[in-house]
Design a protein around this ligand. Structure first.
Ligand SMILES: Nc1nc2c(ncn2[C@@H]2O[C@H](COP(=O)(O)OP(=O)(O)OP(=O)(O)O)[C@@H](O)[C@H]2O)c(=O)[nH]1
Length: 303
């Protein structure tokens, strides 16, 4: 059985960051494969993860729990046949629920070592009503309160209480017997996805799943891909990103900046703009993906 970790959590909460900052370190000596599914037709996370992991499979476009189900199973079978990883990570898109992925992993002979839900501690209040986000919490047995650097102790304590309550309300249950699939949930705090090694120690291995709860997938988002003239001026890019309407919840892309030798990762989630790691192997044209509420007003590019 291949041990597999599922990383879920809402858009921009820090899933890729956790993979880069924790998982990579703890499995340094292992053959690790990563399957990453991103919302939207252009993958960013896969390109960033390829800097860190030798085997990365991208499943862009569509949601891993709906339209991509068959592709996910095919990809998983292939990655195991070709590469035979000792450990597998699956990063689901911020817009999908982890349960169908858990079923597929188990059907294909993987053991689920933990389902880790990354929560954006700073911005949780902006997406706490979102049904997909709530099911992501309820489907997990490890919850990481990430971005702990952006909130104070009291806020973190309140958030932990709220998340534990939500987990109780939304936790996975066997439809026939009513039995809980996870008996308990562990909650960790993290800054830039750094969690202690015990998260990956096998303490949270899941027992076998026997039935499929109904799949309530209600999140609808739209996305727009902008191709940029290049290289882009940093100040103008910052101005542009900061002027995005509130209906855009997430933006990311890979951009060549003036005076910067390599393309860089650009990240924006819930009002926070950040230039991330360099992506030296990226060859295409600079782009930004804007993810927002359905029918959000088309953004004029003026860079
Ligand atoms: N201040 C702060 N920023 C963080 C932390 N963790 C992640 N970020 C930033 O949050 C942004 C989103 O992080 P990602 O790891 O790309 O989030 P994600 O969940 O993989 O995003 P999607 O795949 O789009 O859903 C990036 O700009 C990160 O640098 C943290 O603990 N503190």
């Amino acid at each position: 059985m291949t041990p597999a970790y599922v990383i879920t959590g809402f858009l921009g909460s820090g899933k890729t960051t956790l993979l880069l900052n924790s998982a990579k370190e703890y499995f340094r000596d292992k053959k690790v494969a990563v399957i990453v599914n991103e919302f939207g037709e252009v993958g960013v996370d896969g390109k960033v993860l390829q800097n860190a992991y030798s085997k990365v499979m991208e499943l862009p476009e569509g949601c891993i729990c709906c339209t991509l189900h068959a592709e996910f199973e095919k990809g998983l079978a292939q990655i195991r046949a070709d590469y035979n990883p000792e450990v597998l990570f699956v990063e689901t898109s911020g817009a999908s629920e982890p349960f169908p992925v858990m079923m597929s992993l188990q059907n294909l002979g993987c053991s689920i070592e933990a389902v880790i839900c990354v929560v954006d501690s700073k911005n949780f209040h902006k997406y706490r009503e979102n049904p997909t986000a709530l099911h992501q919490i309820g489907s997990s047995n490890v919850i990481v309160l990430n971005k702990a650097d952006l909130v104070d102790e009291e806020e973190l304590k309140n958030l932990e209480g709220e998340i534990r309550d939500l987990w109780e309300r939304y936790k996975l249950k066997n439809l026939f017997t009513g039995e809980e699939i996870f008996k308990r949930v562990a909650v960790y705090r993290a800054v830039y996805g750094k969690v202690p090694p015990e998260v990956f120690s096998g303490s949270y291995t899941m027992k076998e799943l026997i039935d499929i709860p109904s799949h309530a997938h209600e999140l609808k988002l739209s996305q727009e891909v902008l191709l940029l003239e290049e290289p882009v001026n940093y100040e103008e890019l910052e101005k542009f990103i900061n002027s995005l309407p509130e209906t855009i919840v997430r933006a990311k892309g890979i951009v060549r900046l003036e005076h910067s030798p390599n393309p860089v990762l650009v990240n924006y989630s819930f009002g926070l703009f950040e230039i991330g790691t360099e992506v030296p192997d990226f060859r295409g044209r600079s782009f930004l993906i804007l993810i927002g509420e359905p029918g959000h007003k088309k953004v004029e590019l003026n860079l």
